[in-house]
Design a protein around this ligand. Structure first.
Ligand code: SPD
Length: 383
């Protein structure tokens, strides 16, 4: 768990705030519940909305290592709501869970292309942004994105890229190229991990081959599949959740992974080790943005929106960004973030690098082709 000076200062401020008399909500727009009920004024507090409307607990379905647990504890202490978190490992798992209808989540955190799918399938609700005024803290580039152009359904969470981590203690010479991962004669054969993620892993192969990450040409996808099958003999693990641990333990020296996981693996203060670096390949890689949403049928939508808003106060968003190691979409949080992290071009790529990045998009009917190619690859790779 990350402990740093910023966190200690924030915690001290929260304790002091908790001891102070509750300030009346003056500037905050009055929350309007999905039922349209007006909240009672004396029940309002700055960061908890209308306390009389809050549920005792909410259910968060999130990627692993993707929220500072202290923020959930702080929310419970301040607003009296317990956040129960469970994790998923890919957008496809998230979709399958929702389609199976077995779980009543209040907040989910899908990526860009999955946001499009969930909206098109009518599986998510429009948000009441009067309960989420902190949406105004977002950088203009992170709202009204292609997957939610009118900003009706989402609150940005984090954004990042999908390059690879390198343990330079072992890999002393490397080039910023996907060839490091796909070379069939790699000296690091057997010490490589790839994300276990249909769109990301096929996407890496497509980009190495010079195709778009959203290519729907069956011949190109067949080529990408064959490349992945050839690579499989060198792959130690297909893993999206503990790939950072594999780098730290030395089981792998090259790992296809998301920005924050490489950062954690390279930071001795978070249990990582010196010498692990994050690389954005010259051929390009995925850029993505994860977002909070509320599924249709969520038991506690008002409380969910209060929590969404809570996480986007600048100090809290900064605390979270430093803990997870990803780029924040919250512009107002940046003054509270370690300047070294803000200057890290692996986390906040320069415009030149950004020009080489590609967004994954919903491929519509071609999804069945992707599903088939992925299933065939997994069967051939025995994973
Ligand atoms: N450890 C949390 C990782 C969250 C990454 N989400 C990225 C999805 C990109 N398609």
């Amino acid at each position: 768990m990350k402990k740093n000076l910023l966190y200690i200062i924030i915690l001290a401020a929260l304790v002091l705030a908790a001891c102070a008399p509750a300030a009346p909500a003056v500037d905050e727009p009055a929350p309007v519940s999905p039922s349209g009920e007006e909240p009672a004024g004396e029940e309002m507090s700055d960061r908890c909305g209308d306390k009389s409307k809050l549920a005792e607990e909410i259910f968060l379905y999130n990627w692993s290592e993707y929220i500072d647990p202290d923020i959930m504890d702080q929310f419970e202490e301040e607003c009296g709501v317990k956040v129960v978190e469970t994790n998923f490992d890919s957008n496809e798992t998230l979709l399958a869970t929702l389609q199976a209808g077995g779980a009543d989540y209040d907040i989910i955190i899908p990526s860009d292309y999955m946001v499009s799918t969930l909206i098109d399938e009518g599986m998510v609700m429009e948000l009441d942004y009067s309960v989420i005024p902190n949406i105004a803290n977002m950088d203009a580039t992170n709202v009204n994105q292609y997957f939610d152009p009118e900003q009706k359904y989402t609150v940005p969470w984090f954004w990042g890229t999908s390059g690879f981590g390198v343990d330079t203690n072992v890999v002393d010479e490397f080039s910023p190229s996907w060839s490091m991962m796909f070379d069939p004669n790699s000296p690091y054969c057997g010490q490589i991990s790839m994300l276990d993620d249909q769109r990301e892993t096929l996407g890496a192969a497509l980009m190495y081959l010079g195709y778009s990450i959203n290519d729907v040409d069956p011949a190109h996808l067949e080529e990408a599949k064959n490349l992945l099958i050839e690579q499989a003999k060198c792959v130690k693990a297909y893993d999206s959740q503990t790939n950072d641990d594999l780098l730290v333990s030395g089981e792998t020296v090259l790992g296809h992974m998301w920005t924050g996981d490489a950062l954690l693996a390279g930071d001795p203060e978070t249990g990582g080790k010196d010498g692990v670096v994050y690389v954005i390949p010259d051929e390009g890689c995925t850029i993505w943005q994860d977002n909070m949403m509320i599924p249709i049928g969520a038991p506690n939508p008002y409380t969910a929106m209060v929590f969404m808003n809570y996480t986007q106060y600048p100090e809290i968003a900064a605390q979270n960004a430093e803990w997870v190691g990803y780029a924040t979409p919250n512009e107002a949080a940046k003054e509270f973030i370690d300047p070294e992290m803000l200057a890290n071009e692996g986390v906040y790529p320069s415009p030149e690098v950004e020009a080489r990045l590609q967004w994954i998009e919903d491929v519509g009917d071609a999804l069945t082709l992707y599903d088939r190619i992925w299933t065939e690859f997994k069967a051939a790779a025995g994973s």
